[in-house]
Each structure stands twice: as C-alpha cells, then as structure tokens.
Design a protein around this ligand. Sequence first.
Ligand SMILES: *[C@@H]1O[C@H](CO)[C@@H](O)[C@H](O)[C@H]1NC(C)=O
Length: 479
Amino acid sequence: MDLNVFRRRLLPTPKSTDQHFIVGVPRISVKKLGITNMKFMKILAVCFVVLPVLVTVSMIYRNPRTDRIGGFAEARVFEVRADKAVPGSGDDSSRSLGTPKNELLGGLIAAGFDDQSCLSRYQSALYRKTSPHKPSSYLLSKLRSYEDLHKRCGPHTKSYNRTLELLKSGQNAGPTDCNYIVWISFSGLGNRILTLASAFLYALLTNRVLLVDRGTDIADIFCEPFPEKSWLLPMDVPFTSQFSSFDQSSPHCYGNMLKNKIVSDSIKSVPSFLYLHLVHDYGDHDKLFFCDQDQTLLEKVPWLIMKSDNYFVPSLFLIPSFEQELSKLFPQREAVFHHLGRYLFHPSNQVWGLITRYYQAYLAKADERIGIQIRVFDTGTETFPHVMDQILACTLKEKILPEINMQESVVAPPKNVKSKAVLMTSLNSGYFENIKNLYWEHPTMTGEVIRVFQPSHEEHQQTEKKMHNWKAWAEIYPP
Ligand SMILES: *[C@@H]1O[C@H](CO)[C@@H](O)[C@H](O)[C@H]1NC(C)=O
C-alpha cells in the first residue's frame, strides 16, 4: 500500500459533545482481484491486503459515556471489484487449478514445498491478481538465505543442539554460529500475526533463526513457512512451560536487568539468553531494546525470547544500524507487512477449507465483493446505533453500498442487474442484521441486489479456542 494514496479525513463530530469520532479513510487503488477483510488493529496491517481492495475504511469510535470504559469500535470496509475469473465464479475455464501463474507470489515463496500439506500456499494465488507491490530482489535473496540459515540452524540440527546446550547450562561460551529469536504465542490472533511478522523482520535484520512457541494452536492455524526445517520451537526447550509467566519483572527480563544494573553496555560476559518484554505495559527500560547500543549487546546473546502484542516494525526503522538494510529490503516502506505477511502466513488446510468453502458458497458469484469488519471493544454483544450510523454514513458516502429507495417498495429490475456480496465480520450479529434487513426491506436506487453475509459471530474474543481462531483466521483471509 502506498501512503500517497492513503488519505485520512475526519468525519464531522456528532452533535453530542461527549463523543469523539476518529475516522480514517484510506483509499487504496489496487486493481486486484480477491477479497479480504481484516481483524488487525493497526492500519499498517492493511498492507497485508495484497488483494483487490479499492476502498478501505477504518473507523475508531470512542464513547466515554458508557460505563464500560474504552467503548472502541473499529470498522474496515473493503470494496472489491471482480474483473477476472476466479475459481467458482463460473468462468474459470482459462485458469487451471494445477498451474497458477503467480503461485510463487513474484518469487516471494520458495518453490518445492509439498503442496498437499499446505494447499493455500500455492492455491491462494488463484484467487488474486498479481500484487502491485514488487518485492525487491534484495528481499528475495535475503529470504532465500534466511531459508538456508533456517535449514542449517533449525530444530535438532547440529548447531541447534550445540546452542541449546548453552541455554540449558546458562553459560555463554562466546560467539555461536546460530542465534535464535523465540517468539512467544501471546494475545489474540490478529496481534499474533502482527508480532510474528515483526519478530521475523528482526530475525532477518540480526541473522537470527525464528522459532515459534506453538501455544495452543499455532500449528493448526498456519502452515510451516520455511522449507525442510520446522519453525516450531521443540517442546523440550527449557523455559517453555514458563513462557506465560514471563513479564517485565522476570529475572531474565532484559529491561528488568538493565534497571537493576545486572547488565550494562560494558558487561564482559553476557547471558546465554534474555527475555524481551515488548508488551503494551512495558516500561522505559524494556523500550531500550529499540536503541542501537542495546542491540550491540543483544547481538552477543544466542537466545532471545520475545513476548509482544505490538506491531513493532516501525520501531525497527528507528534503529540507525538497521536503517540501510531496511531500505534495501523494503524500498517501499509501507509494503513491509504486505510482503512479510504473504511470505509467512499460509492458512492450514483446515482453515483453507473454511475459507474456500465460504467463498464458493456465498461470494464467488457476485459481481462485486465488499468486506466490512466491525470491532467494538469491551462492550459485549450490544449494538450501538451511533456505530451503525457511522457504518452507513461511510459506506453510502463512499459509494461502497448503494443508496436505498425509501419512496418505492418495488422497483422494476433493470436489465443486467448487478449483485454485490457483502461479507461482514464482527463478534456480534447486530450490525449485520441491520444492514441485511435494510436491503431486504427496501430496494436500492440502482436496482443492484445486495446480499449480506456473516460467517460467524462469536460474541466475544476467545483467544485460546481452536475453532474460534480458525474462524477468525478464515475471516481475516478470505481469498
Ligand atoms: C540433536 O539432538 C537430538 C535430540 O537430542 C538428536 O535426536 C539429534 O540426532 C541431534 N542432531 C544431530 C545432528 O546430532
């Protein structure tokens, strides 16, 4: 996504004085086919939308009147114009499932994976047009050399076994040929996707191997992104059972050790592992992670164990020693997540089944597909009329949805009537019911047929539940 085409504007503040609306309307002129809708909390994550998104709307709403403090709502709207045949659209004769042209996503993904164990890896390209954001050749070569490193240093390799001994003994015996960044599975799925991408970029920048704590469900959600060697942290690694209790006051926490002057720049022998606390509640000492001189110290630590719920890629850009490498990897800064997301995150077969079945059943045949995501924080299942008003104001004003005809109850169907499929994702069903009823109770001014769907409404976030996360991932990643 190009920030030049990323417009923000404020909608008029509503009359009641104790409400504040912040509405960002990023416009993306990506002429691609596919559909997506995001549960991600950060605008930057929209870069993941490699897809045919014409309009994105992000809206944050805060309602201080409610007792439940922080009544935040967030909505994203994606308008997608299908201008090319997709599987299941009834016109896929020109494309055969076996030979997608762009299956390696412009060289981003390595060839030669077993495609049966991860159907989405090569099939997702069938649903999308080529990305307008070309990965730099430097990024591609960096990814290939990362894959070599991962092969050489991945779980149970000779180097891994040797470095694991250091972790077990707590001794640091000088430079090691493989160093690791361990990502702890923490927070909701959207946040985990963002932090994993951030941790991977950190691994690329520091020549570390990314190993992923499997939490309860990581292995069921994502395919393995690297060839041959797993990215999953082996179960027998010390401390894995303590990951959930790691926090800013843990004895191995880097920020805590700095605070207590247990480590400093001038320290001679650095520990064999450190815990990095990059969660939203982190303190000033934890944030020193983003300083050059701290990076110099951390370089010597073979095991870094990280917990975060922040998309910290932008902070990496602020570290002077990473600057040059980052600009070579990503000449187009805004596309970091776009590329890394497409490289790393491939839905598992179970999730790919949810995605493609839903797509074929409800979305494929429409002339146009629109995604709307509503997220209202900490408000249970309540549907707020003012949030509803905002959704309608935005979608009508931006001509994402057609105006309804209040004068007539029946309009003669014009010839070649167009259909739009609206995919609404939300934890509750109220907004979906409202929009669906609106277009059932009234005809549209344009005569267009509006079909509104909601795959699931799970009422509240259930971070640890398998099917919940499968569905969440399926809704984040419609083809
Ligand atoms: C590394 O250690 C594991 C478990 O102790 C063992 O099964 C494996 O063969 C070792 N790898 C090498 C290359 O020696």
